[in-house]
Design a protein around this ligand. Structure first.
Ligand SMILES: [Zn+2]
Length: 89
């Protein structure tokens, strides 16, 4: 039996660093789940992988943030893809 709790306050966040392709862009992947009951966090946003901005995994289980360090400029083409999901509010 799980004690009453607020999942958002019990969430544990996991950060994973990824580097896809032959560009210098790096991606920080964020996943989260409640430590008390195990419910996973599902992120909202455009699904896919885009060096131009944050996206989420196809199932929403990861938020993916492309980044560079302050002295770096993006050296790649617009690789990856993003699926824009519009609708709702
Ligand atoms: Zn919970």
């Amino acid at each position: 039996m799980v004690e009453p709790h607020i999942c958002a306050e019990q969430a544990h966040w996991h950060l994973n660093l990824q580097h896809f392709g032959d560009t210098n862009i790096k991606y920080l992947e964020v996943t989260g789940a409640c430590q008390a009951c195990g419910r996973k966090v599902f992120f909202r946003g455009p699904a896919g992988l885009n060096p131009g901005g944050p996206t989420v995994a196809m199932d929403g289980s990861e938020a993916i943030f492309p980044f560079l360090f302050e002295d770096e400029t993006y050296d790649g083409k617009a690789v990856g893809y993003a699926v824009s999901v519009r609708g709702g509010n």
